[in-house]
Design a binder for this molecule. Sequence first.
Ligand code: CA
Ligand code: CA
Length: 296
Amino acid sequence: MQGLVITADKHLYAMSAEARPVEKVRSGDIVAFECLDALGGQIRSEADTVANIDFSRVNPATGPVFVEGAEPGDTLAVDILAIDTASTGVVLSVPNLGILGDRVTAPRTSIARVGRRWVELEGIRLPKAPMIGVIGVAPREGAIPCGTPGPHGGNMDTREIRAGSTLYLPVSQPGALLALGDVHAVMGDGEICGTGVECAATVTVRVRVVKDWPVEWPWLETEDDLMVIASADDLDAAAREATSQLVEFLRRRCGYSFDTAYMLVSTVGDLRISQVVDPLLTVRASIPKTYVEGED
Ligand code: CA
Ligand code: CA
């Protein structure tokens, strides 16, 4: 069966209730999103740098898609079925961007070759691990640029948002209004210099409306782990929010006292930095699903 395809020309630069849906789907439908890279396809060779791109065309997200039956207070589950990348990707070193941006004297572009299993960057072979940088729904209020993460999702740059995972997003507007983009063929925790291997891609997902698990922040379920992804002005605040969300979840789901849940996340949970280069910084708190399953 040929599923629904949203072409890359149908994209937005901010997530908001005002964004006009480009398609309507039902809970359970499979949708393929064709995505430009995070530079909007403006960098095609190593002669192109950030010095000569239009920044109003950075971080496009394909969509938004209206999911019938998704109402404020619900959760939108997005099963990530496949991420098919283009055969090249872009990595940028940019003055004043990233942790060591003060040491970058001139912008530089590296074009990576992206194969089926490997990425070749600066003559170095890296294992390919495609993931989605930007994925979210319309926020409770206002318009949030696609470059910013938040409770609505957005630019979370979290490595485990990959094929095989399920992302759970809090629905704030009728139809949820799902959009996604900023695919990386591979990216390290932190996205230290400000880019992963930025790729155009086709992302195939199944959307499901979940009525019985309201969430405040995006949650992600991988094969082994359950994690919550929180963003804030600094890493300390993001770590505190993610930890607090995970502890409260374990209290509700498993009936633990605060102390037990707190000790459990300290002993078998993990805090990881997702990214430190976006307008808000992102941390995820995870726990193996074996400590969660079978309790509800
Ligand atoms: Ca990003
Ligand atoms: Ca990116």
